[in-house]
Every structure is written in C-alpha cells, then in structure tokens.
Design a protein around this ligand. Structure first.
Ligand SMILES: [Zn+2]
Ligand SMILES: [Zn+2]
Length: 232
C-alpha cells in the first residue's frame, strides 16, 4: 500500500513526486518574494517611509487620536518588528545563510545598501534585503525537496509580508471589500520601459495606493507628489 505524502507546510496530500512541499505553498512563497522585493516593493517602501512608519496609525479610532494629544505617539509594532534588529532583514539573511550552508553553495555577500535603489546614472543598485531573497529564490526548488522545516520558513516570510502591508496600508491589507475610486494614470517612469500609464484607483479608507502593473506604492504622505505627477 502506497503511503500518502503530505506537504510539510500545509499537510495537503502531494501526488507522485519527490517533493516535500506542495505547489500551492511554493506559489505563495513566490508571490511573497515578488511583493517584498524591488525598489518599489513592500520592504523598500516601508524603509523609505522612515519615522512615519514607526508611528501608530490612529485614523480608524477617534478615541485613540484624542488620547494621542497628551500621550507620546505610540509606536507601531508591525513596523518595529520589520525594521529593528532581529526583524525582517535578520530573518531573511538567516534563512539564506542556512539554505546556502546546507546546500554547500556560496552565500550572498552582506554588503552595500539595505534596500534596492537607483544610482544617478539610472543603474539599479541591489540592496542586501533583495540579495537575500534572490538567494532564497534560486534555492527554492531545492528547498521544496529537502527542507523539512519549510513550513517555518513560509510562515516567517508571510509574517514579514503581512507586517509590511499593515504598516503601509493598515486599513485593509488584503484589499477586499471597500469600493474603489478611479484616480488617473500611473506616472511612474521606468528606464527602458517608459511611462507606466496604468489606471490607478484608491480604495475608500486606504492609506496607500499601489500600481498593479509596475508595483509602485505610494503611502498617504506621498499622495501630493502622486497627484502632481498625474496632472502633468
Ligand atoms: Zn503545502
Ligand atoms: Zn504603474
């Protein structure tokens, strides 16, 4: 009698191959990789928000905003968990290091800027966070056949993604429910590609706008810049 093989992460039955992880779990990890990385990805956006990200949002609770007048600004623990020592960077570098060592391949060099940016010549300078994710991405097929602790990795990555989304857009991270208002066309210019022009809309109550085509995210404090770009 053949024994069912179950995904080490979600325990669904996997049919007919040598994998430890099901296709759905692998796909979820790949989606998180692409949401988090890039000069306009979730991680870079959160880091670029700087101090604003660390302040707790009070837009939904008028009671809290009244109290904020006399109390010091409460810190946003979702943001803290991402940006502080032991946060997202430490977690992804730890997994990248661990997988590289297990597989006996060279780990990425941890040098250079924290987030991916663009130099004055328009060249992309890759940040350490994205280098760690790229290393994980290249080892992903191997990991789905080898790592019995894949569920822990997937959970860590999911938490980082959710924490970033809660900070950038605490209203409704999943983006369900509220109606959308059309705004205009995306003004992002990508070198070699040109103007994005994808129609943008904003959800009622949202605190950020994200272009589904080029991935640019504008937290609320950048909306004036966005509006100017769209008018021009
Ligand atoms: Zn699974
Ligand atoms: Zn765009």
């Amino acid at each position: 009698v053949e024994k069912d093989i179950r995904c080490v992460s979600c325990h669904r039955i996997i049919k007919g191959d040598s994998r430890l992880v099901c296709g759905e779990c692998q796909a979820e990890v790949e989606v998180n990789f692409s949401e988090l990385t890039g000069e306009r990805g979730l991680y870079a956006t959160l880091i670029k928000m700087g101090a604003a990200a660390l302040q707790s949002s009070s837009t939904q609770h008028s009671e809290i905003s009244v109290r904020r007048v006399e109390a010091p600004t409460p810190l946003n623990f979702n943001a803290m968990s991402v940006v502080t020592k032991g946060g997202a960077m430490t977690t992804v570098q730890g997994w990248a290091q661990d997988w590289s060592a297990h597989r006996a391949v060279k780990p990425p060099e941890w040098s250079g800027p924290e987030i991916t940016s663009r130099g004055p010549d328009g060249k992309v300078i890759r940040g350490q966070f994205d280098l760690a994710i790229e290393s994980l991405r290249s080892n992903l097929p191997w990991a789905t056949e080898t790592r019995r602790d894949f569920g822990n990795f997937k959970r860590d990555l999911h938490h980082i993604t959710q924490d970033c989304k809660r900070v950038i857009d605490p209203g409704d991270p999943a983006g369900h429910g509220a109606p959308k208002i059309p705004l205009g066309k995306c003004p992002t210019i990508t070198i070699g590609v040109g103007l994005c022009q994808h129609p943008l809309s904003v959800r009622v109550g949202a605190l950020s706008i994200r272009c589904p085509k080029c991935g640019t995210t504008w937290p609320m404090l950048m909306w004036p810049i966005l509006a100017r770009g769209m008018a021009g």
